[in-house]
Design a protein around this ligand. Structure first.
Ligand code: PEP
Ligand code: MG
Length: 324
């Protein structure tokens, strides 16, 4: 297996008929970086900045953050690293910043928290930009965007951080700014959002949860948490179509990208970037290198006519089995 992985890591990710796909990784810890590089990751589609925050007993200072972010950026340079601003709330609680709510997933989460605490957001974005000095492989991504207003408010803060650093003498480039599409309202506004950003990335974990009204962490309802639900697939198609109307690159960084069946459908839909856990990267790459994009388009057309998730899962299982 080790030799097989090594061999795969050096090969490009393209379908048998030459359609190129960017296979990126999701990271949080430094350990993820080593595994990702061994497996031939071409970039980072999601660096979850809340991970270092969760490992501490107080907010890390701007300088501490700069050091942590620098390690990530340096390890992957010149490959792009997409750093998501703090996504706490929901199931991710900091002991030193308790949030008590009846419905945490519908409450103070992600961008909502950091727009209410601009000092946290500014410190983070300044640390990211300082860390990228001389590397210029940073991309900044905003979580839980539900509409244009939040994006514009966050952009103002990013611009302010950039202007401050330039005034302070840092010779930095302005990093691309993107958003996660993981709230249903953002699916319906994907066109308006796409016009305003450099890239978009679907968070299929939360998007599934919010579209189906199924808690992603509740084992009692795990049986009806279906990322292959026809409604989820329609949403995924709508987002990539809307993004491409303005030539905005669209990726996905939820678990669906690391599922070989999911990856086949996403490539057929036209997703530009699939970002996944490093563990799943070799098998997704192996599956994609086996198939022709034209066959995938046919598979997608068949799947889009199906009316329930079980039928779709069954179809994909059969398809992957035939691939061997
Ligand atoms: C997602 O929601 O799909 C996602 C990638 O973000 P997280 O799992 O960190 O919420
Ligand atoms: Mg999410």
């Amino acid at each position: 297996l080790a030799r097989n992985l090594d061999h795969l890591a050096k090969l490009p990710c393209e379908t048998a008929d030459g359609h190129r796909i960017r296979l990126w990784v999701n990271t949080g810890l430094m350990a993820d970086v080593v595994r990702s590089l061994e497996r031939g990751a071409e970039g980072v589609g999601l660096y979850r900045t809340e991970v270092p925050f969760l490992l501490r007993d107080r907010f890390p200072s701007e300088e501490e953050q700069r050091e942590i972010y620098r390690e990530q950026l340096q390890a992957f340079a010149p490959r792009p690293v997409t750093m998501r601003t703090l996504d706490i709330g929901g199931d991710k609680a900091l002991t030193y910043f308790p949030i008590e709510e009846t419905n945490p997933f519908l409450g103070w989460r992600g961008i909502r928290v950091t727009l209410d605490h601009p000092e946290i957001f500014l410190g983070q974005v300044r640390a990211m930009m300082k860390a990228s000095l001389g590397l210029d492989n940073l991309r900044i991504m905003l979580p839980m965007i539900s509409g244009v207003g939040e994006l514009e408010a966050a952009r103002k803060l990013v611009d302010r951080a950039y202007d401050e650093l330039v005034d302070e003498g840092y010779a930095i480039q302005r990093p691309p700014l993107g958003i996660m599409i993981e709230v249903p309202s953002a699916v319906y506004q994907a066109r308006e959002l796409a016009k305003r950003v450099d890239f978009m990335s679907v968070g299929s974990n939360d998007l599934t949860q919010y579209l189906l009204a199924v808690d992603r962490n509740n084992s009692r309802v795990a049986g009806i948490y279906h990322s292959f639900h026809p409604a989820v697939l329609q949403a995924l198609l709508q987002v990539v179509t809307a993004g491409h109307e303005t030539s905005t690159k669209v990726g996905i960084c939820g678990e669906l990208a690391g599922d070989p069946g999911g990856a086949l459908l996403l490539v057929a839909m036209g997703y530009d970037v699939l970002s996944m856990n490093a563990t799943n990267l070799p098998r997704v790459k192996a599956a994609l290198r086996e198939i022709n994009k034209s066959d995938l388009d046919r598979l997608l057309q068949q799947v889009l006519k199906m009316e329930c998730p079980e039928q779709i899962e069954e179809k994909l299982r059969g398809y992957l089995q035939d691939l061997g």
